[in-house]
Design a protein around this ligand. Structure first.
Ligand SMILES: CCCCCCCCCCCCCCCC(=O)SCCNC(=O)CCNC(=O)[C@H](O)C(C)(C)COP(=O)(O)OP(=O)(O)OC[C@H]1O[C@@H](n2cnc3c(N)ncnc32)[C@H](O)[C@@H]1OP(=O)(O)O
Length: 181
């Protein structure tokens, strides 16, 4: 992957510790029912489902459907980036602090046909101040299937007020926009 230095933790950054209340070994569920990435109530969303086994990484699945095409029969690259972004967001959600994507890098290694189930693994590689460094890998149809997409990102911690100020709702403060723990 052509990694920029921006998504690599500085040398000497210690391994992050999982949050003691991180959900481990159970389905993570959606953070928001209408989220395009994970929300079950989104009519055309990706409906990502995920689990974490260690509180610092996530295994997510996304099946590419007709609504996700770019070229005929193939997933749109932006949709794949969205799936990666969502699975990265699930990792920082485990850290129990609000984060947003600051920078997202993607490398597309193989076409992804409609009907493929992508197995996406994401992990946190370091936390420095407000920045969480993350990486991702998406494989075709099996945990040892060919790698189709790699990703790397910096997420930036924000105050909860970020969502209220810019989106008009956070943490159940607006009816119909309840956020799951
Ligand atoms: C409790 C209630 C919660 C309720 C709700 C929960 C919802 C849980 C959401 C989950 C969602 C999941 C889905 C996927 C995740 C999205 O898709 S999030 C949506 C997409 N992202 C956005 O909308 C972010 C838009 N950008 C921004 O708001 C602002 O630019 C940012 C990212 C917050 C940064 O602004 P800022 O707070 O002014 O911070 P700033 O001082 O500029 O930067 C802080 C540090 O980050 C670094 N940084 C900033 N931007 C970048 C960048 N692009 N590249 C590299 N480094 C950067 C800076 O260099 C700086 O580093 P240091 O100087 O500390 O070393």
């Amino acid at each position: 992957m052509n990694r920029s230095t921006l998504t690599v933790p500085p040398a000497g950054t210690p391994q992050p510790e999982p949050h003691p209340e991180a959900s481990v070994g159970v389905p993570l569920g959606p953070h928001y029912a209408r989220c395009f990435g994970c929300g079950p109530d989104h009519p055309t969303g990706l409906h990502l489902e995920a689990v974490s086994h260690d509180g610092l990484s996530v295994h997510a699945e996304f099946t590419v459907g007709d609504l996700h095409q770019g070229a005929p029969g193939l997933a749109h690259g932006g949709v794949l980036a969205t799936a990666i972004d969502e699975a990265l967001g699930m990792v920082v959600w485990l850290l129990r602090k609000p984060y947003v994507t600051g920078r997202l890098e993607t490398d597309y290694l193989r076409p992804v046909p409609v009907g493929t189930t992508l197995l996406i693994t994401t992990r946190c590689t370091g936390v420095v101040g407000r920045k969480a460094y993350l990486e991702a890998e998406a494989r075709l149809d099996a945990p040892d299937g060919p790698v189709a997409v790699r990703g790397a990102a910096v997420f930036v911690e924000v105050p909860a007020a970020h969502f209220e100020r810019h989106g008009g709702g956070a943490g159940g403060m607006v009816p119909g926009r309840e956020v799951n723990p």
